[in-house]
Design a protein around this ligand. Structure first.
Ligand code: SF4
Length: 456
């Protein structure tokens, strides 16, 4: 539904890829007791979209607009069956206290193209297999133009508690310029359907830096979003990925524009930082907490003051994404999904046929969970760096004491030595309680510069 990292983090993403697994392979990471415990989160990937947006390189299957056709419905049903099989054969450790799922995230792709009946089958199966806690956060990504009031009400009845809506822009021309399959009016209709269905926890995704976008257009999108009062906003900078339509048409470094439809040019790399700072200033001055590099959560007067040195904290942080940033284990199901269990990351095939084959022709259940790899002792510099990479994405950052417990004084002292120049130049701060974090917005904006200094 959205870019994984904002444009300013592109270098960091490339470096992170060095640490993460290639698809089809497992990678063995540091196995702290927490990582080896049974996951309490699950991600389920629904790869179907009506069309491919020009910037998107996500693992998806384009269905076209004939969603109701028997062949499309057959493809969806086959996929849902494969997901259920994958859940069935994923092992849980019998000698461990059962742990209910606290977060379930149905992402894509466009999960809202599915019928409620298919989603019901998926949620029932995961509940039967792993158990879902009664106060779990159960999120679904939904795109404008793929649901109406009735469908939204059915999704609510299934137990979804939170919706993440792919809005991207409130400018009609920008939506067309990036190949989105919906209009601005469909965004308003979608929000009104969700509210009528009883959804209160609604997040919206926006993208900055779309072709032809000016600060004025982008401010209009931010203002329109805030006027709808979502509990959460994710604002991503447009990333030009090689294997996308935008990758073929645009070269951000030389400002080349080969788009066949004569799209306006990209705003230019220099504006990316301006858009980032604009989002921060605009949203924090309108009651949103900038709690992660690309994420904002709504505050109100009833919110508690955190008991340590973080400050006022919104209850609308994404609980599911916080689990990733805390580097906790999670199940992953479906085409292109990654799981992180028993200290092992496993990335599934990114192509539909390959994924269906993989499920049908013998997944090794142990490979799916990685329990056999657990040894609880492999503390490494790379894993420490990965912990910084995910932890520093949030304003909570990482705690010095936790790092020392997990990695020992020598490695942590070395990391702090490397971060010292960034403490002096105001990108990193270390609080009195030993919380190491990036400053906002400047440290967030230059997080790649900070993280690169940790690589040997
Ligand atoms: S809706 Fe667009 S951006 Fe989202 S997954 Fe589908 S093609 Fe990609």
């Amino acid at each position: 539904m959205r870019p994984l990292l904002c444009g300013a983090q592109r270098a960091v993403l490339l470096l992170l890829l060095l640490l993460l697994p290639r698809r089809y392979r497992v990678v063995h990471g540091f196995s702290s007791p927490a990582l080896c415990s049974r996951p309490s989160s699950a991600y389920i990937h629904i790869p179907f979209c009506k069309q491919r947006c020009f910037y998107c390189d996500f693992p998806i299957k384009v269905l076209g607009h004939g969603l109701a056709s028997p062949s499309v419905q057959q493809t969806i049903s086959k996929y849902v069956e494969a997901l259920k099989t994958e859940m069935d054969i994923t092992e849980t450790r019998s000698n461990e206290e059962p742990k209910l799922l606290e977060t379930v995230y149905v992402g894509g792709g466009t999960p809202s193209v599915l019928d409620p009946e298919h989603l019901e089958q998926i949620l029932s199966r995961i509940d039967k297999k792993f158990g879902i806690s009664k106060d779990a956060e159960i999120s679904i990504e939904m795109d404008p133009g793929t649901f109406d009031k009735q469908k939204a009400a059915s999704f609510k009845k299934l137990g979804f508690t939170r919706v993440s809506m792919g809005v991207q822009s409130f400018n009609e021309r920008s939506l067309k310029a990036c190949g989105r399959g919906h209009s601005v009016q469909e965004v308003y209709d979608g929000i009104s359907s969700l509210r009528a269905a009883g959804f209160h926890d609604i997040s919206m995704d926006l993208i900055s830096g779309l072709p032809g976008e000016t600060e004025k257009c982008f401010t209009h999108s931010l203002q329109s979003a805030v006027d709808l009062s979502p509990t959460h906003l994710s604002v991503y900078d447009l990333i030009i990925e090689d294997h996308t339509a935008f990758g073929r048409w645009f070269d951000p470094s030389s400002n080349v524009n080969k788009s066949p439809m004569k799209l306006p040019s990209l705003p230019g790399e220099n504006l990316a930082g301006d858009f980032y700072t604009l989002s921060h200033d605009f949203l924090t001055s309108r009651g949103y907490e900038h709690y992660e590099i690309s994420n904002y959560a709504k505050l109100d007067s009833s919110h508690p003051i955190d008991d340590d040195d973080v400050g006022i904290v919104s209850p609308f942080h994404s609980r599911h994404n916080t689990m990733y940033w805390d580097r906790r284990p999670f199940y992953g199901f479906g085409m292109g999904a990654t799981s992180f269990t028993g200290g092992v990351r496993l990335a599934r095939p990114r192509n539909l046929e390959a994924y269906l084959d993989w499920v049908a022709n013998g997944i090794d259940p142990k490979q799916l969970t990685g329990w056999e790899e657990e040894d609880g002792s492999d503390s490494t510099w790379d894993t420490l760096v990965e912990t910084f990479m995910v932890g520093l994405r949030t304003r909570r950052g990482v705690m010095d004491s936790c790092l020392r417990r997990d990695f020992g004084d020598t490695l942590v002292d070395e990391a702090l030595k490397r971060l010292q120049p960034h403490v002096r130049n105001g990108l990193v701060e270390i609080t009195g309680k030993g919380r190491i974090r990036l400053t906002a917005p400047r440290g967030f904006l230059y997080s790649n510069t900070v993280l690169v200094s940790l690589f040997k």
